[in-house]
Unconditional design. Sequence first.
Length: 64
Amino acid sequence: MRYGEAGPGPKGSVMGGTFYLDGQEFKALNGGPQFKFSPAISLFITCETQKEIDEFWEKLSEGE
């Protein structure tokens, strides 16, 4: 994905994209110069049912 006329980045510059490493899908987003690079990430889990979502939610929120 690339920025268009409306920005906020320069027209044609990369806004975001998807790539694969060892079969694992990753999504990248160019937040622009106001957001400096950091080691922070967001995780995405693809689910097909609400039951799957609920199971992951329960497991990921254990120990809060």
